[in-house]
Design a protein around this ligand. Structure first.
Ligand code: M6R
Length: 605
C-alpha cells in the first residue's frame, strides 16, 4: 500500500532525508512518488509516476529547499498511476500539502459538495479532498490543528495523513485511523512515517499514536492530542531493531538476505519461549482455537491447526481474515482467537480482531512492535524476525511457525501431554537443519535454472507438510509469476490431474515417517500420489528426508537431513522452496523484492 513520511528539523534540509526515508518504504508502494516542502512562504512540490530512482533522475527530488516536508510512495487505488494522481496533493492556492495512505470511502459525496462550493480538483484520487477540506476550514478561520480535526470528523474510511501548511511552517500535523502511523523522535528533528525502517537510521525512539489522535510535530516537540484538544501522555518505546537490519548488507536482494537469516531468526524466536510459557498460564480454560490471518500468515496458521488438533485435541478453525465476518459466530470466553500477521497492520486482520475482542480471548502473533493489531489483543507474541523488507514473506513465516510450535508445546505441557517432552529438544535442532540445507544452494540454483520456463507448477504435501505446499506455491506465484497450485497430495486426482502432462512440474514434499510423536503413513501415500503424476508425464522434483532419497525415482531431488522429525518438517522444507522461487525470479530477470501489483502491507480491505 502507500507509504508516507514527514520530517521537520531546525536547520537540516528536509528533501534528501525524505528521499532516503521514502526509499526504505518503496516496498509499500511503487507506482508514483512525490515530496513537498515549505520554503520562503511557498510549497515546493515534485512528484511523478515511476520508481523512486526514475523520478529522482527526472526531477532531482533531493534538491528542494526547506527544513520541513512530507513524502509519499503510491500504490494506486483510486485513479491511474500518473503524475497528477501522485501525492502530495495540494489545495488550489498551493498553501496546503497532504500525503495519505488509506481509502476515504465517502470521497465522492464530499467532492461533489466541495465542487459546489467552488473547489477545483485536479486528480482522480480520493485523497485530494483532504487538502480541500483543510483549505475550507482554514478559510473559515480555524487554525491548522482545528482544521485537521474538522476534516477528519467529515471523512469515513482508513487513513494516515501527513499535512503541512505554508502559514504554519514550523509544524507538521499527522493523524491516523486504521492505517499505520509511527512517530520517530530525534534531537532537534522529528519524523512521522508509515513504518519504522524509514527513519531507523536517525532514531530508535518511537511513539505509536492510536486512531484519531492528532500528532503535532515541530523540530523540538511532539504533542499528541485527542480530538477534543486534550494532551495525551504517550509511551516512548525504544526499538531493538537497528539500521543494518534494514539494509541489504552485501546481498543482491532483501529476499535472499532474509532467507539467509532464517536459522538465526528461528534461534532468536526460540529464545522467546519464556514469554510464551507465561501467556499460556492464562489460557487454561480454552477448548477451541480460531486462527485468523491472510496470505503467508494464513499458511502458518494452517500448520497450527494440524499441531493443535493432533497434539492437544483442541478443535481448531482457520479463517482468512477477509472471510471471518461471514462465518458463523462461534466465539465465547473459552475460545482463543489467534491473529497471525507479520506487519500487524493488515486491514482485514485488524477488523477481524476488533470483532473478536471482548467475545473471546485474543492473541496476536506479530512481528512489528506497537502495530495496530497488537494494540487490540489480550496477549501478544512478538516474532523475533527483525525488519522484513522484501514483499514476499520468508523469515517472518519461519518465526511465526516457531511461535505457533512453542505455543503448542507449552499448551501441551500444561495438559501433561507427551508432545511437550518430544518436541522441546527436537525443535532446538531446527537452526542446524536450516544451515545444512543452505549448503544445497547450488543444487537449488541448478533446479531453478532448469525449470525457469515451466508454465505450471503443482506443490503437493500431506498432513503437517500440506500448508508448506500452499506456501511454496504462493512464493512462486508472487516472485516468479508462474501459475502454481498447492494441493494435498491425495486431492490431485479429484480434478487437477487433468492438467498434468510433460510440461507441468510437480514439487512433492515427502518427509519420512520418523516422528516419535505421531505415526502416519504419509510418506508411503505421498509416494503413491507421486507415481500418479509421474505416469502422466509430469516433471517431478522431490524434497525428502527419506533415507537419502534412495527409493525415489524422480527428475530432481533435494535431500533433507533424515533425522528431522516429520512433525518439524514445515520448519525446514519451506527454505528450499523459498530459495527456488527466488532463483527462478532472478533467472527470469525479475525483481524478487518488489513483485508487480503487490504491497508488503495491505492496509485496505
Ligand atoms: O502482514 P501480514 O502477515 O498480515 O500480511 C499478510 C499477507 O499480506 C502476506 O503474508 C502476503 O501474503 C505476503 N506477501 C506473502 O509473501
Amino acid at each position: 500500500m502507500c507509504g508516507i513520511v514527514g520530517y521537520i528539523s531546525k536547520n537540516k534540509k528536509a528533501s534528501p532525508i525524505l528521499l532516503d526515508a521514502i526509499k526504505k518504504l518503496e516496498y509499500r508502494g511503487y507506482d508514483s512518488v512525490g515530496i513537498a516542502t515549505i520554503d520562503d512562504e511557498k510549497i515546493e512540490l515534485k512528484k511523478d509516476s515511476g520508481k523512486i530512482n526514475e523520478v529522482d533522475k527526472k526531477v532531482n527530488l533531493s534538491d528542494m529547499r526547506g527544513c520541513i516536508g512530507i513524502a509519499h510512495v503510491r500504490w494506486a487505488t483510486h485513479g491511474h498511476p500518473n503524475k497528477v494522481n501522485s501525492h502530495p496533493h495540494t489545495d488550489h492556492d498551493n498553501r496546503i500539502a497532504i500525503v495519505h495512505n488509506g481509502i476515504i470511502e465517502n470521497h465522492e459525496e464530499l467532492k461533489k459538495e466541495l465542487i459546489m462550493e467552488g473547489h477545483i480538483f485536479e486528480s482522480e484520487t480520493d485523497s485530494e479532498i483532504i487538502a480541500h477540506l483543510i483549505e475550507k476550514f482554514i478559510s473559515k478561520g480555524f487554525n491548522f490543528q482545528d482544521a485537521m480535526i474538522e476534516t477528519v470528523k467529515l471523512i469515513d474510511g482508513s487513513y494516515a495523513i501527513g499535512a503541512i501548511l505554508v502559514d504554519c511552517p514550523n509544524k507538521l500535523i499527522a493523524i491516523r485511523n486504521e492505517s499505520p502511523l509511527v512517530v520517530g523522535l530525534g534531537n532537534d528533528y522529528n519524523f512521522i512515517a508509515s513504518d519504522i525502517p524509514s527513519f531507523l537510521k536517525h532514531t530508535k525512539k518511537v511513539i505509536f499514536p492510536d486512531d484519531n489522535e492528532l500528532v503535532i510535530v515541530s523540530s523540538e516537540n511532539v504533542t499528541i492530542k485527542d480530538l477534543n484538544g486534550n494532551i495525551l501522555d504517550k509511551k516512548i518505546e525504544t526499538m531493538a531493531w537497528n539500521e543494518e537490519m534494514a539494509q541489504k548488507e552485501g546481498y543482491d536482494h532483501f529476499m535472499l538476505k532474509e532467507i539467509n537469516e532464517e536459522s538465526v531468526v528461528v534461534a532468536d524466536t526460540l529464545s522467546g519461549r519464556k514469554e510464551i510459557e507465561k501467556i499460556v498460564v492464562d489460557l487454561g480454560s480454552i477448548n477451541k482455537i480460531c486462527f485468523v490471518a491472510c496470505g503467508t500468515s494464513y499458511h502458518g496458521a494452517l500448520t497450527g491447526k494440524y499441531l493443535f488438533e493432533s497434539f492437544l485435541n483442541i478443535s481448531t478453525d482457520v479463517s482468512y481474515s477477509s472471510e471471518f465476518k461471514y462465518l458463523k459466530d462461534v466465539l465465547n470466553e473459552n475460545v482463543l482467537t489467534i491473529f497471525v500477521s507479520q506487519s500487524g497492520e493488515t486491514a482485514d486482520t485488524l477488523s477481524a480482531i476488533k470483532m473478536a475482542k471482548n467475545r473471546s480471548k485474543t492473541l496476536a502473533i506479530v512481528n512489528v512492535l506497537g502495530s495496530s493489531i497488537t494494540r487490540e489483543a489480550d496477549h501478544v507474541i512478538y516474532t523475533k524476525a527483525g525488519p522484513e523488507i522484501a514483499v514476499a514473506a520468508t523469515k517472518t513465516y519461519l518465526s511465526q511457525l516457531v511461535s505457533i510450535y512453542l505455543l503448542a508445546i507449552y499448551l501441551s505441557k500444561n495438559r501433561n501431554n507427551k508432545f511437550y517432552e518430544n518436541m522441546t529438544s527436537q525443535i532446538e535442532k531446527v537452526p542446524d537443519y536450516i544451515n545444512e540445507l543452505m549448503l544445497n544452494e547450488d543444487k537449488i540454483k541448478e533446479i531453478a535454472n532448469k525449470y525457469k520456463s515451466t508454465t505450471l507448477f503443482f506443490f503437493l504435501g500431506r498432513g503437517f507438510i500440506y500448508p508448506t505446499a500452499l506456501e511454496g506455491a504462493l512464493k512462486l506465484k508472487e516472485v516468479a509469476y508462474i501459475p502454481a497450485e498447492g494441493y494435498p497430495s491425495g486431492e490431485l486426482k479429484h480434478g487437477p490431474l487433468a492438467l498434468i502432462d510433460e510440461n507441468v512440474a510437480v514439487m512433492v514434499l515427502a518427509p519420512s515417517e520418523n516422528s516419535e510423536s505421531i505415526s502416519t503413513s504419509s510418506y508411503k501415500d505421498t509416494i503413491n500420489n507421486m507415481e500418479e503424476v509421474k505416469s502422466r508425464g509430469a516433471q517431478v522434483i522431490a524434497i525428502t528426508s527419506y533415507k537419502n532419497g534412495e527409493n525415489i525415482d524422480v527428475n530432481d531431488i533435494i535431500q533433507v537431513n533424515n533425522q528431522i522429525d516429520e512433525l518439524l518438517s514445515p520448519l525446514v522444507y519451506i527454505v528450499p522452496l523459498q530459495l527456488l522461487s527466488y532463483y527462478i525470479s532472478i533467472y527470469k530477470g525479475l525483481d524478487p523484492d518488489k513483485p508487480k501489483n503487490l504491497a508488503k502491507c495491505v492496509t485496505v480491505k
